[in-house]
Design a protein. Structure first.
Length: 277
């Protein structure tokens, strides 16, 4: 059971509120993501403040904002360290860190705004790809906060299934929306790590529980994704560590570090891996 919840913790990066392959591509979104990948959360919010003043109905902007709040909280609580995801006892421990209630309220407000604007766009056009991705990502953020901060792992599965449902809907109409394969990949790994009896109670759309397929999906994002490509590399690094493939894990982290040298956490994780050799 511990190994299942350890795999569930990988959801923290899946669909974590970042726009997908066909996002509007505004310079502000690109700039905000660059700051977010560098863990400059204050810089991310400054860019989004300006962007959302100009485009107050952009669901992607609110989604990135919610993601920044989530990641700042996970970073503050020490949850983003690779050892957290490899050490099953740390994941399943019932002792919670003390959540920042102000950050939680701000994140929930951003999530509500993202969902509201995405729903408006889907009412006008049910095939709106950015809106579908936003809906998947919002549920992904809710999954992560419930499972990792509030330690409600079982309760988080409902959010995870919702995230997968929107990802499947999006990929059905556009299989080249590569970033959406990240959610599909993590769902495969999650179900593949479940005890057999739990699979009857936690069914996910189009998921067989193949860890091999999970890795292939994430490789596709790491190679062809636009905005989630770096996140796919982090997820692959964690999976490779769990599957006892440290050299491949180090390779993924090195690629990420080359793209985002200002990220302090990745530098520390890479140094920790290097000391193991």
């Amino acid at each position: 059971m511990h190994r299942f919840w350890a795999a569930a913790a990988l959801l923290l990066l899946a669909a974590a509120g970042l726009p997908g392959q066909n996002a509007n591509g505004t310079p502000a979104i690109h700039q905000a993501l660059e700051r977010l990948y560098s863990f400059d959360f204050a810089g991310t919010h400054r860019i989004l403040d300006r962007h959302l003043t100009e485009k107050p109905d952009d669901p992607l902007g609110y989604m990135v904002r919610a993601s920044a709040y989530l990641f700042s909280e996970l970073h503050r609580l020490g949850i983003l360290e690779a050892e957290f995801f490899v050490d099953d006892e740390r994941i399943t421990a019932k002792k919670k860190g003390r959540p920042d209630e102000e950050v939680k309220r701000a994140m929930q407000e951003a999530l509500a705004q993202a969902r509201r604007h995405a729903e408006v766009r889907l009412e006008a056009n049910p095939r709106d790809e950015d809106a579908l991705f936003t809906m998947s990502a919002v549920s992904g953020i809710e999954t992560d906060y419930a499972a990792l901060v509030e330690k409600r792992q079982l309760g988080s599965l409902a959010y995870a299934r919702q995230s997968q449902k929107f990802a499947v809907r999006l990929l059905d109409q556009n299989p080249h929306y590569y970033d959406a394969y990240l959610t599909a990949g993590v769902s495969e790994y999650l179900v593949g790590s479940m005890p057999f009896f739990m699979r009857w109670f936690a069914r996910f759309d189009r998921v067989k529980g193949s860890k091999k397929q999970a890795v292939e999906n994430l490789k596709l994002v790491a190679q062809s994704g636009t905005y989630l490509r770096p996140f796919a590399k982090i997820l692959l690094s964690i999976i490779y560590l769990r599957e006892k493939r440290p050299e491949e894990s180090e390779r993924m982290l090195r690629e990420f570090a080359c793209e985002y040298p200002d990220n302090p956490l990745i530098r520390r994780e890479l140094a920790r891996l290097e000391r193991r050799h």
